[in-house]
Write a protein that binds this ligand. Structure first.
Ligand code: CO
Length: 208
């Protein structure tokens, strides 16, 4: 993609928006009131807004390699805090995707330098779910399942933050674990049973 082409696209986009509504950008500048925080992978094929049909102003978005929610990631923690406390989003979505390069790399033993600590967190997910994963003999199926359980663990990491716990207990916030199936374009709701999962970890992570 050429840089000049990007600016050309931008000019076309501005013209198109203004053609439909002359006040489009002045209204956009007034502020944002998104109801959704989307946490997804940086993968160029998994475009948050486009796959959800979200317009500017509708989704607060945070993306990194393999849609991780690490408590040592100041950026992720700041995004969640701001989205919950100030934007008062009603939904937090963690969206993984099949064929995720980050998850794939974590299934292999290569030394990838600066990526090692990041991928280590995915290896930790593998260890947590080893009892289930070790019985899956088909490598492709195991890969898909690791993508799914990684989404589940990152949703729990969202729920471990104090501000989310407050909003969740007040019934003001719902957490969703999704996977984008890159082969079909479909979004899949993993329908994670959060009450049951929270019950199992509450004594350790509950914050007052
Ligand atoms: Co990915």
């Amino acid at each position: 993609m050429q840089i000049e082409k990007i600016f050309e696209n931008n000019r076309d986009w501005v013209a198109d928006k203004l053609n439909k509504d002359v006040n489009y950008f002045s209204e956009l500048a007034d502020g944002q009131n998104p109801e959704v925080l989307y946490i997804g992978c940086s993968d160029s094929r998994v475009t948050a807004e486009e796959l959800m049909g979200a317009k500017p102003g509708e989704a607060f978005v945070y993306r990194n390699i393999a849609n991780m929610v690490s408590n040592l990631d100041l950026s992720a923690m700041s995004v969640i805090n701001y989205a919950v406390k100030f934007l008062k989003v009603k939904h937090i979505i963690v969206c993984g995707h099949y064929n995720c390069g980050g998850v794939k790399a974590a299934m292999q033993g290569n030394d990838l330098g600066i990526l090692n600590p990041w991928l280590r967190s995915i290896r930790d997910v593998y260890r947590l779910h080893k009892a289930e994963l070790k019985d899956i003999t088909d490598e492709e199926e195991k890969y898909r399942r690791l993508v799914e359980v990684n989404v589940q663990e990152q949703c729990l990491n969202v729920l471990k933050t104090a501000e989310v716990q407050v909003a969740y207990r007040a019934g003001e916030l719902t957490v969703h674990g999704w996977v984008f199936d890159i082969h079909t374009g479909n979004l899949i709701d993993l329908k994670i049973d959060f009450p049951a999962l929270i019950e199992g970890i509450r004594e350790i992570y509950r914050l007052e």
